[in-house]
Design a protein around this ligand. Structure first.
Ligand code: RTP
Ligand code: MG
Length: 135
């Protein structure tokens, strides 16, 4: 089923010059870049994006991290793009993410885990509206 998902190449991955490597993995899987931009994320945008975690103890650190430097936001499309992307990204904790996944290959910290991918069609629609309000 063709669908869209919202991907963030988080500030840790961008700072490590891994943006191209990460986008290439999505493209090789068969996903298509529909929109792409570099963002200096306002605090309010990060808080809105991660609103479901507002009551969690790590929320402040999560927002600090997402706003700590530029990130790359993308809309990807393709067959089951949401599930396919999350498979490529790997488990939330990089130490539990499979080798071969982005988090499994490149990260060790749950708080600096390289990439975000929408977790449902409803999330994807909401997040595309947050990061690409002009579309
Ligand atoms: P994301 O939303 O960033 O794609 O990550 P996810 O779906 O795999 O995980 P989620 O549960 O949505 O958590 C969002 C982000 O919060 C941070 N986190 N820290 N310290 C902790 O126990 C903890 N748990 C989650 C992670 O950076 C995660 O990506
Ligand atoms: Mg999530």
């Amino acid at each position: 089923m063709a669908e869209k998902t919202l991907i963030l190449v988080k500030p840790d991955a961008f700072a490590r010059n891994l943006t191209g490597e990460i986008l290439a993995r999505f493209e090789r899987k068969g996903l298509t870049i529909e929109a792409l931009k570099l963002v200096h994320t306002p605090r309010e945008t990060a808080e809105t994006h991660y609103a479901e975690h507002a009551e969690r103890p790590f929320f402040g650190e999560l927002v600090d991290f997402i706003t700590s430097g530029p990130l790359v936001a993308a809309i990807l499309s393709g067959n089951d793009a949401i599930k396919a992307s999350r498979q490529l990204i790997g488990a939330t904790n990089p130490l539990e993410a499979a080798t071969g996944s982005i988090r499994g290959d490149f990260a060790t910290l749950v708080g600096e885990n390289m990439v975000h991918g929408s977790d449902s069609p409803e999330s994807a629609e909401r997040e595309i509206g947050i990061w690409f309000p002009e579309l």
